[in-house]
Each structure stands twice: as structure tokens, then as C-alpha cells.
Design a protein around this ligand. Structure first.
Ligand SMILES: [Zn+2]
Length: 324
């Protein structure tokens, strides 16, 4: 992350289940079912159901990875976050985790840390946006709580019955699932110091979330987890000075910074932004109504970036690992 704030994007959205939703709690249940929905801690009773920001980030990440894998098949442009270098199966070759590669590199050379710009420069597109072991990433997700005026409705389902319907798990012991069938949750995504292609990726994910194409939580193969998202706010912020057109960090950073971090060049665009609203040092552009059109150049940047990104070659030469 650059040591100064250049830009950010703040997106508020609501999430409503289309199919029953199960986000498993790791806590012992007090509601008497075997698998219950995650809730806030509450002394002596049931807390509020919520969707943890980390679950949400995981869903966004894996969908973002799918987009990258669709845009380029060879070499695969993103890593598998849990696969250690040297332990890849054949089908995973060249896709070892960025975070684990950096860990091994530090251990082999007895280093405590690596410069953030080097981690960023050699990380795959997914890790650049969503982070890896030691690097928090550019995108932050907050926990999603019930929207004002919305209440949650749960149903208890027979887990075995659901399995029987799809032909799986015949003969397994009976267990109950507590699924959420109604309720609208609100959350905020923030992307700090974004490269324009990163907003392109976020835009594609959000569009598909609006179209009910994304599932969250457990039981996707059993017909659970489809959600519908609605964008309630979408703001771009630029620090220090207003901008004339939709710019990412590449257009706003110095040439030295661009090289140090390996920012991807932005294709010129003349799509103007609406007039800004100044909030302290931040010039805020409200793009709630226009984000799909406005972010088109960012999607073009994403396509160009994925086609040309030097990952995994760049991380292999940096860490001097295998698969060179
Ligand atoms: Zn990675």
C-alpha cells in the first residue's frame, strides 16, 4: 500500500437471500439444531444473525479468481491460496500461493518482513486486491448486519432430506440445519488506493451479485446460498485534489511509485465524472446511478491486465522458487 491516501471507492450494498442461506456458526448452538446460522455473541440468548465480512471477502475473492481464470487460461493468472510451492498437484502447477511463496522466501533467507511494494508487485491479481498472508489487500469488507426495519426469518430443515433430494448422503444420520429464508443485510466494501482494473473486477462481481449469480455460505450444491445484492451507495473519493476523469492510482502516483509497485497502465478515457462534493481532503464523486457505464474502461483495463500480467513468472523469479 502506498504510504499516502490517493483514492478510494466506498460501496454500500444490501444482501437478500434468494435461496435459503446457511452460514455456519462455529459456536455451540443454543437453538437445539445441529447446524445453526452464525450470530453475534449475546449473553443468555440468541444474538443477531450476521454475515461475517471475512466470509463475504472469501466469496468475492473466489468469484474474482474465476473471472481471472476465464480471461486467461494459460498460464493461469491467479494463485491457489492454500497450495504450497513444491506441493502442487499436476493440475495446480504454477499456481502455488503467493503468500506461502513469500513466507518460504522469508524463512529461507531469515527475513522478518518484505517491503510491501515488493509483495504487491509480485502478487497475483487476486492477492493484489484481496491480500494474502502478510498483506491485507486493497479491499476491505465489513460484517453485514440486518438492515433497519428488516427482520430475519429462519426455518429448520432436515439436512438428510435435502441430501436425499439431490441423491447424496444416503443412509447418513439425521441432522437439522437452521437456514435463513428471509432478511436483508447491509454491508460496506472499501477499496483503498485502487488500480482501475481492480474496480473493473469489483464491478463485474457486483453486477453478477445483482443478477443472483453468486452463492454464499454452505450447501451450494444442495440448492442453498443464492443471494441478490442491491447497490445503495457507490462513491469514488480522491484525496488532495479533484480529478477530471475516472482515474486509478496509476494516473495519480509518481512514476517512481508506479515502478516500485508495478501498477498497470490505464487506457485513456474521456468519460467525465459528476461534480464532486468536497469532504475535508476528500473529493467525493457519487456514481450510484452511473457506475456500470463509468466503470467500462476499468473492465477494459482488467482484460488488458490479465492478458499481459507476468504472474507467475514474476513471483518465481523474485522468490527463486521452483517452476521457473
Ligand atoms: Zn496470489
Amino acid at each position: 500500500m502506498l504510504k499516502r491516501l490517493v483514492n478510494n471507492a466506498v460501496i454500500k450494498l444490501t444482501i437478500t437471500p434468494v435461496d435459503p442461506l446457511l452460514i455456519k456458526s462455529s459456536q455451540a448452538t443454543v437453538s437445539g439444531v445441529n447446524m445453526s446460522f452464525v450470530r453475534t455473541r449475546h449473553r443468555g440468548g440468541l444474538g443477531e444473525p450476521f454475515i461475517p465480512g471475512s466470509s463475504l471477502k472469501g466469496v468475492l475473492r473466489s468469484y474474482g479468481e474465476k473471472i481471472c481464470r476465464t480471461l486467461r487460461t494459460q498460464p493461469v493468472p491467479v494463485c491457489l491460496p492454500y497450495v504450497e510451492v513444491g506441493r502442487e498437484k499436476d493440475v495446480e502447477k504454477g499456481q502455488a500461493s503467493c503468500g506461502l511463496r513469500f513466507e518460504k522466501y522469508k524463512k529461507d533467507r531469515k527475513l522478518n518482513t518484505l517491503p510491501t511494494n515488493e509483495i504487491y508487485r509480485h502478487s497475483c491479481p487476486a492477492c493484489r486486491l484481496f491480500g494474502s498472508h502478510d498483506y491485507i489487500g486493497r479491499l476491505a469488507t465489513s460484517d453485514a448486519y440486518l438492515s433497519t426495519g428488516s427482520s430475519a426469518v429462519f426455518e429448520v430443515r432436515d439436512g438428510v432430506a435435502i441430501d436425499r433430494l439431490t441423491g447424496g448422503a444416503a443412509g447418513s444420520a439425521k441432522y437439522d440445519l437452521e437456514v435463513l429464508v428471509r432478511g436483508t443485510f447491509s454491508t460496506t466494501l472499501e477499496i483503498q488506493n485502487f488500480e482501475r482494473w481492480q474496480l473493473g473486477m469489483v464491478a463485474l462481481i457486483l453486477r453478477d451479485m445483482e443478477q443472483e449469480l453468486i452463492r454464499i455460505g454452505s450447501g451450494g450444491s444442495r440448492g442453498l446460498g443464492r443471494i441478490k445484492a442491491a447497490i445503495t451507495e457507490f462513491q469514488l473519493g480522491y484525496y488532495g485534489r479533484p480529478v477530471r476523469s475516472f482515474s486509478g492510482v496509476t494516473a495519480l502516483a509518481t512514476q517512481d511509485e508506479c515502478q516500485l509497485y508495478g501498477f498497470h497502465p490505464e487506457r485513456p478515457t474521456d468519460i467525465p465524472l459528476p461534480s464532486p462534493d468536497q469532504q475535508g481532503l476528500r473529493h467525493v464523486y457519487d456514481i450510484k446511478e452511473t457506475w456500470k457505464d463509468l466503470l467500462t474502461p476499468a473492465v477494459d483495463d482488467l482484460v488488458g491486465y490479465i492478458e499481459t500480467v507476468r504472474w507467475p513468472a514474476s513471483i518465481v523469479s523474485y522468490t527463486g522458487g521452483r517452476n521457473a
